[in-house]
Design a protein around this ligand. Structure first.
Ligand code: FAD
Ligand code: NAI
Length: 466
């Protein structure tokens, strides 16, 4: 196939979408290259996203447990001392190990890494570092980057107004960190620095944090984070910022209008969302237009309007999540190879890795109600024996099922290990499970997952432990 072209497939971008697509294509016998302009493979996720944030979340969680939280309740007396350089060092090591691992997998699968920024010359050719390379199929997996906030200029090198990348690399615990945006990044990274000693204030434009999540979950999460010491300024917008030495002054106004106030911070984290990376890709050369949100539209098989050009991951519509990008990477490679690659976008779990974790899959209660009659079962983690024994009483499981068919439409969980628990629900939903199917599945005892069984039993009003 590759005879008239250099490759069967060129992937642009080596994030979880791109590197997975490249590996799957190579596994299927396609001659494959991947263009990446970063110095290391793995994209946002491995370099400055999922992995480094989880390295700090994990470490700071232990620090807080030792510093007076859970350890004391368990009868373990310690006086922890923060060694931030070592904590940051293990973050860097985690990133190095995993990005190096992708390089190893590329070599193992004979995937050429085209080092540099790729630009389309035509629909079958890209230019990377001055060299033209052609392929029968080109997959755009260029991901996303931070949405800027006008008037609040990020400068990670100064470490005062930062984005998520800067917030991962702070060399000192800020006295006061102001987070703009009460979404996933703000709550995860805000939690890291609060646990290590910072006072954290979250300024959110909407009247509640975590937009897109189930209403009950958003309310309960807000309550839990407030109890942990995070201050929230909801329905508030930031209208300006100035930096004086090592201090930033932000001007805040009520979202609906009203008198302004100012607030000072040692570090301001701008986390108001991410936008697709398409600048400098040369999409005009191939006649590919973006939608109103700056995304590339695709069909069900991840093909764009231009034959031979495909797109996956954060650059196309849908949740900006690594596992969604990975699954699309596998599917697009399979479609290119003539197989049938499908992603069920109705069952993409999402997890916020705070403590407790917050996870959901499928419809929120609000969205499900709009579609028809539903039944809802809820079970508190306080009544789950394992969570109670582990001193993890916060949260609940909520199962939303169709009132008539009993098919599970969505599940929402706040629990210490919600991110792990949600997998069983996603699998059940993939198999079209009813709440009764989950309720009559034997769950090991004592596990947090028993709360899912009980919430499913609560859909028909018969949980055992409440
Ligand atoms: P990306 O990972 O963004 O990769 C795209 C790559 O393409 C980049 O390396 C870029 O350099 C390269 N590139 C772009 N244009 C070109 C070009 N023209 N030529 C060559 N190379 C190019 N998601 C989760 O599911 N779980 C998490 O816990 C999680 N945590 C996150 C934490 C943070 C702080 C952030 C910022 C994000 C997090 N995400 C998380 C989101 C996740 O990182 C993204 O959804 C995921 O990385 C998207 O994958 P992708 O392959 O589409 O793009
Ligand atoms: P987000 O979309 O999750 O949250 C942004 C928040 O900022 C929203 O609550 C929004 O209402 C608010 N906002 C927007 N403009 C504002 C303004 N001017 N002033 C105040 N608030 C404003 O975006 P975030 O947190 O930046 O994350 C980006 C993406 O990265 C998300 O889509 C998420 O999916 C992904 N991500 C996923 C993680 C995970 O899966 N655990 C972790 C971190 C990021």
């Amino acid at each position: 196939m590759a005879d008239q072209f250099d490759y069967d497939v060129i992937v642009i971008g080596s994030g979880p979408g791109g590197y997975v697509a490249a590996i799957r294509a190579a596994q299927l016998g396609l001659k494959t290259a991947c263009a990446e302009s970063r110095e290391t493979l793995g994209g946002t996720c491995l370099n400055v996203g999922c992995i480094p944030s989880k390295a700090l979340l994990h470490a700071s969680e232990y620090f807080e447990a030792a510093a007076g939280g859970t350890f004391a309740k368990l009868g373990i007396k310690v006086k922890p001392e923060l060694d931030l350089p070592t904590m940051q060092g293990q973050r860097v090591d985690a990133v190095k190990g995993l990005t190096g691992g992708i390089e190893f997998l590329f070599k193992k699968n004979k995937i050429d890494w085209l080092k540099g920024h790729a630009t389309f010359v035509d629909a079958h050719t890209v230019e990377v570092a001055g060299e033209k390379k052609s392929a029968k199929n080109i997959i755009i997996a260029t991901g996303s980057s931070v949405t800027p906030l006008p008037g609040v200029d990020v400068d990670n090198s100064k470490g005062v107004i930062v984005d998520s990348t800067g917030a991962l690399e702070l060399d000192k615990v800020p006295g006061h960190m102001v987070v703009i945006g009460g979404g996933v990044i703000g709550l995860e990274l805000g939690s890291v620095w609060r646990r290590l000693g910072a006072k954290v204030t979250v300024v959110e434009y909407l009247d509640q944090i975590l937009p897109g999540m189930d209403g009950d979950v958003r309310k309960e999460a807000n309550k839990i984070f407030r109890k942990q010491g995070i201050e929230f300024k909801l329905s508030t917008k930031v209208t300006g910022a100035s930096v004086n030495g090592k201090t930033a002054t932000l001007t805040l106004e009520p979202a609906a209008g009203g008198p302004a106030e100012t607030i000072e911070a040692d570090v301001v984290l701008v986390s108001i969302g991410r936008r697709p990376n398409t600048d400098g890709l040369g999409l005009d050369k191939i006649g590919l237009e973006l939608n109103k949100r700056g995304q590339i539209e695709t069909d069900h098989e991840f093909g764009t309007k231009v034959p031979g050009v495909w797109a996956i991951g954060d650059v196309i519509p849908g949740p900006m999540l690594a596992h969604k990008a990975e699954d699309e990477g596998i599917a697009v490679a399979e479609n290119i190879a003539g197989l049938t690659g499908i992603v069920n976008h109705d069952v993409i779990p999402s997890v916020v890795y705070t403590m407790p974790e917050i996870a959901g899959v499928g419809l929120t209660e609000e969205a499900a109600k709009e579609k028809g009659a539903i039944k809802v079962g809820k079970f508190p983690m306080l009544a789950n024996s394992r969570a109670k024994t582990n001193h993890e009483p916060d949260g609940f499981v909520k199962v939303i099922a169709d009132a008539e068919s009993d098919k599970v439409l969505g599940v929402w969980i706040i629990a210490s290990v919600a991110g792990t628990m949600i997998a069983q629900v996603a699998q059940a939903m993939e198999f079209g499970a009813s709440s009764e199917d989950i309720a009559y599945t034997c769950h090991a005892h004592p596990t947090h997952n028993e709360a899912i069984k009980e919430a499913a039993m609560a859909v028909t009003g018969k949980p055992i432990h409440i």
